[in-house]
Design a protein around this ligand. Structure first.
Ligand SMILES: CC(C)(COP(=O)(O)OP(=O)(O)OC[C@H]1O[C@@H](n2cnc3c(N)ncnc32)[C@H](O)[C@@H]1OP(=O)(O)O)[C@@H](O)C(=O)NCCC(=O)NCCS
Length: 202
């Protein structure tokens, strides 16, 4: 496996892997929306740190982190336009997404935005091809981001995980993230970049 930075032109490939690896709200919104999400994140390389893990030339894992969580979340909200409404409504009807889920997510985001300054480093997306999980890919991707943030002299890196995502929570806790709080179905975790004991790979 090798790890290298991702670029805008890989947005569609990333979106395909996202759809097979993640069953979150964004996946339910369809490939077009997910592709636009990655085009957005990868078109701001100064603010977003991104790495892909590759095995024999195939993308098997993705991580994207931001140096400014508030700006990133605001930018992600702009992806929802009037044109998204029919899809959203259809997903409400078919049960993929519920209005309650959307409201809970917005409340959670409001809470973390109030708590964290804009100048806050955070992991925005992380996923690994289901056929390659538990082989150290996720850990290696987080490690790459941690190295970058340390160079930039950040003190902490945050991540929010759905409180019902047991595998995601176990993963982040295993590599040294600490749970800060749970609120409306979301859990915020933090990793200290100045701590002595770091991820197992360091
Ligand atoms: C969470 C995820 C990124 C982990 O990636 P991964 O490549 O499988 O993780 P690693 O192999 O590097 O695991 C490192 C350690 O984390 C812990 N861990 C990882 N997955 C776990 C799981 N499903 N259950 C319990 N512990 C787990 C283990 O301790 C593991 O070490 P071990 O395999 O030696 O026991 C992957 O399962 C995934 O893509 N999930 C779907 C998307 C997601 O939930 N993303 C996180 C929220 S942003």
């Amino acid at each position: 496996m090798h790890i290298s930075p991702l670029s805008y032109v890989q947005s569609e490939e990333i979106a395909s892997l996202h759809k097979s690896a993640v069953s979150d709200t964004s996946s339910y919104l369809g490939k077009k929306y997910v592709t636009r999400l990655y085009q957005l994140l990868l078109s701001h390389p100064k603010q977003h740190i991104s790495f892909g893990a590759f095995e024999k030339g195939h993308l098997i894992g993705v991580i994207i982190a931001t140096t400014h969580i508030r700006n990133t979340q605001k930018a992600m909200h702009t992806l929802f336009t009037f044109r998204s409404l029919p899809t959203l409504f259809f997903r409400f009807l078919t049960g993929g997404i519920t209005p309650k889920k959307v409201v809970k997510r917005l409340l959670f985001e409001r809470k973390i935005q109030a708590l964290l300054g804009n100048n806050t480093a955070a992991i925005v997306v992380l996923f690994v091809d289901p056929t390659h999980v538990r082989t150290g890919v996720g850990k290696a991707l987080v490690h790459s981001v941690i190295v970058k943030f340390k160079k930039a002299q950040a003190k902490f890196v945050y991540v929010d995980v759905s409180s019902d995502n047991d595998e995601g929570l176990s993963f982040f806790e295993h590599i040294g993230f600490i749970k800060l709080f749970e609120y409306f179905g979301g859990t915020l975790l933090r990793y200290s970049l100045t701590q002595k004991k770091r991820t197992n790979q360091e």
